[in-house]
Ligand binder design. Structure first.
Ligand SMILES: *Cc1c(COP(=O)(O)O)cnc(C)c1O
Length: 365
């Protein structure tokens, strides 16, 4: 590992950036993850030398040899967080050091080098400061930040893991993730496919997890559902998570979420909601829940609400559930009061309209 406190970013501004008018046109209707800002971060790593050639550079395609390791062996992982415009015009992010820590947990699992947390956060600060005009002012919109790392060694041989890597970070103005806003989603219980098994990469935010999930997401859509819900790999019975989001259940006066067994992605939104539960007058509980308990709980009314949570879509209600041999609705299929309260509280902290009692807000500029 390198001691990188001396790592300083070379700044190369984009001479061909978008005009203010072009930028305003993008910001009027940003969608999600479709248009990127004028700059990006790039830092190289070489075994024995550590991190080097740190730069803020114009956003541009990468030139990589077709035999580069990432294309063949998928040695890659990423993070996702947002920069939020506050009412007074300043820009903040939410718990970026938690993303930095998770970035390094992913790095360990993928046999890739860790990036000092301070370099991770500084790189995002530099990117957001440089492209601050790209942080939307529209309520509920944000600048989505996507830091990631790829293996850059060239060659198909057995000499792996790679000895060289590149850390990159890009940014994209974002409306809400699901175009329907807080409209409830319908979910498909995947009993045919598995996202993660014990000892696998389920807790790492790696692209490979997503690559393996698309076939199930496609099946969910073919079944008339919006999203896939993953179950455990062994019995296909215990609820794990939904697509790229963690799940919460309102069970009596408790907020329940599946425990982090190593096959779930440890969401920062999930962690934040567990912390906020007490303040919202709810007990928080982690454990396991079977699909039978989910169905019978909804039928008896014991489970009154279900929602998914993650950085991109914040909190999204789950309105109905379908599996190979079962289907049911959650509550009356509309967003419940606890779901809306949790969402409002989180969004309020992120946009500076609620007190930040946990020091989650990190000022950028
Ligand atoms: C990123 C992600 C989440 C949510 O994590 P947050 O830190 O809350 O954004 C949940 N599940 C998967 C599979 C993810 O990749």
């Amino acid at each position: 590992m390198t001691s990188a406190p001396q790592l300083s970013f070379d700044v190369q501004l984009n001479a061909n950036g978008r005009t203010p008018a072009e930028r305003e046109q993008v910001l009027a209707n940003p969608g999600f993850g479709q248009t990127f800002t004028d700059h990006m971060i790039s830092v190289d790593y070489t075994e024995g030398r550590g991190w080097h050639d740190a730069g803020l550079v114009p956003y541009a395609p990468l030139t990589l040899d077709p035999a580069t390791a990432v294309f063949h062996y998928a040695q890659e992982f990423f993070e996702g967080l947002k920069a939020y415009r506050q009412g007074n015009g300043s820009v903040v992010s939410f718990r970026p050091y938690a993303n930095a820590a998770r970035f390094n947990l992913s790095a360990q699992r993928m046999a890739m080098p860790e990036l000092p947390e301070s370099v991770f956060v500084e790189s995002l600060e530099l990117l957001v400061q440089t492209d601050r005009e790209w942080v939307p002012t529209t309520e509920g919109h944000s600048l989505y930040l996507r830091p990631f790392m790829i293996a850059t060694q060239v060659g198909l041989g057995v000499n792996y893991p790679s000895k060289t890597y590149r850390y990159l970070a890009i940014a994209s103005p974002a409306a809400s993730y699901f175009s329907g806003g807080v409209t409830p989603v319908s979910v498909w219980l995947s009993t045919e496919y598995t996202r993660a098994a014990p000892g696998g990469t389920g807790a790492a935010k790696c692209g490979g997890n997503y690559a393996a999930a698309f076939v199930a997401q496609r099946q969910a859509v073919a079944q008339g559902c919006d999203q896939v819900v993953w179950l455990d790999s062994h019995e296909h019975r215990w609820v794990e998570e939904m697509g790229g989001m963690n799940l919460f259940f309102v069970r009596g006066d408790k907020l329940f979420t599946p425990a982090l067994t190593g096959t779930l992605l440890p969401g920062i939104t999930r962690d934040s909601i567990l912390t906020l539960a007490a303040e919202l007058g709810l007990k928080a509980e982690e454990g396991r829940l079977s699909i039978e308990e989910w169905q019978s709980g909804c039928e008896s009314g014991e489970i009154s609400e279900v929602f998914a949570c993650g950085t991109a879509a914040v909190v999204t209600p789950v309105g109905s559930v379908k599996g190979a041999d079962r289907a049911w609705t959650v509550g009356d299929g509309t967003p419940g009061p606890v779901t809306l309260k949790v969402r409002e509280e989180l969004v309020g902290i992120q946009y500076g309209t609620r007190p930040d009692t946990h020091n989650w807000i990190h000022k950028i500029c």
